[in-house]
Design a protein. Sequence first.
Length: 363
Amino acid sequence: MAPPLGIYLHVPFCAVRCGYCDFNTYVSTRGRDGFAGAIAQELEQARATLGDRPADTVFIGGGTPSLLDPSELRTMLEAIELAPGAEVTSEANPESATRNWLEGARAAGVNRISFGMQSAQPHVLAELDRVHTPGRVAEAMADARAAGFDRLSVDLIYGAHGESDADWEDSVRAALALEPEHVSAYALIVEPGTRLHARVRAQEVPAPDDDALARRYETADDLFSQAGLAWYEISNWGDPCRHNLGYWRGHDWWGAGPGAHSHVDGVRWWNLKRPLAWAGRVRAGASAAAGREDLDPETRRFERVMLGVRLAEGLDPAELDDAGRTEAQRMRAEGLLTADSPYLTLTRRGRLLADSVALRLTP
């Protein structure tokens, strides 16, 4: 039996490019005309590989999918054969996710929305180059409920320059006041090639402080847990996003759109990044792939451990070799892994050191 299949649709267009973002996004409108039709065409080409395998999840990410007209969402989604009960998520910026857009997205087949909230503090939003005001998130959430969405998520980012512990706690409490079914909270990372990276190198702003990031994580985990949103992945709490669970469990997914990545049957590939170059390949009936990688058994095992250990459900020790299982016993004694389960599950201290734990499990 084939594992669940996820479809990722990458919308690379943004109204403003945030200074911390290293995703494949563009403020230019070049490539917008006919974009949804090109996505649909690429998905039709995917059937040659996938056959009639239905999708269990769809995730429309970006970029800013809420810049697309709902009719364009419909064009893309109608090209996908969905399994019964499929989860269909779209990311949305609170500023562009108007009531009309949300109603149109729901009618097009989207049944879950992930809002980019990031912070409830105006000065932190300004530091992150976010264009929405804090109050707009509450309005967008209310509009989404009125449009019929009963699965809503908000994304938060902590560690921006000028953010205090109190600012972060206020943001977490503001997010919880919206009563989302799901929350993601990510530490700000200084990615090479971003405007934030250039500012840090020029000493305009300091890099995020590791101790402060750890405090913010613990604050978030405490408050989310008290609100009944349990962690299921290091940076995610609440009703799990089934699509993202597919990534962490090593399932298959097909990515359509500029720069999108795919993984099917142990083969990984990625598309051309530039929208016009990508669309030109697709419209010519050719593959939009820019490169591919056949994952050998050792690489696949390493990735299963790296991703699987991030989950609250834990990692089966059978995924490890003898040296890894011995190291796991040491880390249980050190308090990095729980000692009361046959599965390898991170303690909260272990979550703060997850990358080093994963490396120790794969010596």
